[in-house]
Write a protein that binds this ligand. Sequence first.
Ligand SMILES: [Zn+2]
Length: 338
Amino acid sequence: MDFAERYSRQVLFPPVGAAGQQQLSEARVALVGCGATGSALASLLARAGVGYLRIIDRDYVEPSNLQRQLLFDEADAAESLPKAIAAARKIAAFNSAIAVEPHAADLTPGNAEELLRDVQLILDGTDNFETRYLINDFAVSRQLPWIYSAAVGSYTVTMNILPGETACLACVFPESPRGMVETCDTAGILNSAVNAVASVAATETIKLLVGARDKLRRTLLSYDVWTNDRAEISTATPRPGCRACGQRDFVHLAGEGRPHITLCGRNSVQIHERQRPVDFDEVSRRLTPHGPVRHNQFVLKFWREPYELTLFPDGRAIIKGTTDTAIARSLYARYVGS
Ligand SMILES: [Zn+2]
């Protein structure tokens, strides 16, 4: 497909123009988390012609995702495809000219360097502050810009972090903010809120990639699509004494990793203690006497009432049906191995 024809309407927008479009085609962006906000970000940026997208997501597609996660469909949910893989397939169908590198993985201090290197910008499509603080530490330590985005209920919030210029996430939220502890599990979420915040963040991304730095917003912007309440707090200058950008104490990046994580939106626990590959055929044979089991090349699913275990090739598992890490750990030890 002809490059000029494909992007003609965006090139006609003067601040992008032909030169900006060329810069977009050479740009390299990492997206951490490809759920609702991440799907919208990936879709907008892939269609806009961002040349390289690295998509990192630890989760798989489920029916309850389809209300708001625009890159996925019923077939993806039926197959329990990892979101990163499903996203790469969808993007290839509407823009085969860009490169998408999917990683079905959980971002941790141990793999942050490998998963976030060689990009110009990191985008936040996650649902938790633990991962955001890790992204912030990595980005600030490498002088790499990143964009924080979140949506819960009808409320959205986003902020550009330009290390060396603006405040960082730890300047604004030294601790995980109380209000945002409420997750989509308890509050529910409107798909329009997700798309609103993704649209703002995708626009900031394009400004940054085409070199329009003077147009980048230097505030924490919050907007409620239901009440129309809107607020902005200046983030133009770092907070003196900030742990991350001031003291350069990168505790989240130095961490030893996290053995268990309770996922957002679900009654489930993630376990990734075992850092060695598993053989799906072998595990499948072993589990068959204990309950229904099926697998494809990306995931293995096993049902043992009231639990559902989803296993990834690197040994990581998501156990649904409990938030008790002790129960999850014992199920994992019994059915996968220790
Ligand atoms: Zn800071």
